[in-house]
Write a protein that binds this ligand. Structure first.
Ligand SMILES: Cc1cc2nc3c(=O)[nH]c(=O)nc-3n(C[C@H](O)[C@H](O)[C@H](O)COP(=O)(O)O)c2cc1C
Length: 215
């Protein structure tokens, strides 16, 4: 409990920053974390704790359990245990921050596998009366993405499938407040890169301050 008797919110940091201390993405993420005041922080490092992919057996178990409502044997349940753990983790957080570099115009495979792991029917979204319903309402999500190129203007804007997809995934799950930063120009000259980093750091600090005000 905080001093005002309210349960502190929980922030889940999901990062894929395998260049560690050399990572530009991590620099922006660290600036966000530095501003967190009234939140418990939990971390998931996707380059160390790699999500499962849906393959023959676990996909079959998922369909039988989540779509057909069947009880699974403990052996089949085990096939979904990592996905279930990651889903429980995202469900337990009030704020989720995902940070990664753009890879080949989209999100790196471990980040996509994480979304596939947590976007489980009946857990973070559902289908009711023929329409999709997000189950994560009232929660906040932020995506921090860095890229070598710049995607603000056409023709490159239509090549951008990293931040745009991430926002759609959170919106589909029903997050009420979805924000995103795309820090481009990381492969450009030193000046452009520093300016982009500086600008992105200011933006995430301002979001963190807004989301971490003591109420
Ligand atoms: C495998 C790989 C694929 C990449 N693909 C793209 C890309 O499609 N578009 C782009 O603008 N930058 C691309 N980049 C550049 C990175 O997104 C950029 O350098 C990023 O800032 C690196 O983040 P980091 O410093 O956190 O490691 C790629 C880099 C790597 C290593």
């Amino acid at each position: 409990m905080s001093q005002n008797g309210k349960k502190p919110q929980k922030t889940l940091i999901v990062q894929y920053t395998p260049r560690n201390e050399r990572s530009n993405t991590k620099k922006i993420l660290d600036a966000y974390i530095g501003e967190i005041k009234n939140s418990n922080i939990e971390r998931l490092d996707l380059s160390k704790d790699v999500p499962d992919l849906f393959l023959e057996q676990n996909l079959d178990a998922y369909i039988h359990r989540n779509y057909l409502g069947q009880e699974l044997s403990s052996e089949k349940k085990n096939l979904l245990s990592k996905m279930d753990r990651m889903t429980e983790q995202i469900k337990s957080a009030d704020v989720v921050v995902v940070a990664y570099p753009m890879n080949n115009f989209s999100m790196p495979a471990p980040v996509k596998a994480w979304f596939d792991s947590v976007m489980l029917k009946g857990e973070t979204w559902d289908a009711k009366n023929g329409s999709y319903v997000g189950l994560m309402t009232g929660k906040k999500a932020l995506a921090i993405v860095t890229a070598g190129g710049n995607y603000e203007k056409e023709p490159m804007a239509s090549w951008e499938h990293a931040l745009s997809l991430t926002k759609i995934e959170f919106q589909f799950m029903g997050y009420s407040d979805v924000r995103g930063i795309l820090a481009g120009g990381m492969s450009g000259g030193e000046n452009a890169k520093s300016l982009s980093l500086e600008n992105s750091i200011k933006q995430v600090q301002s979001i963190a301050q807004e989301w971490n005000q003591e109420k």
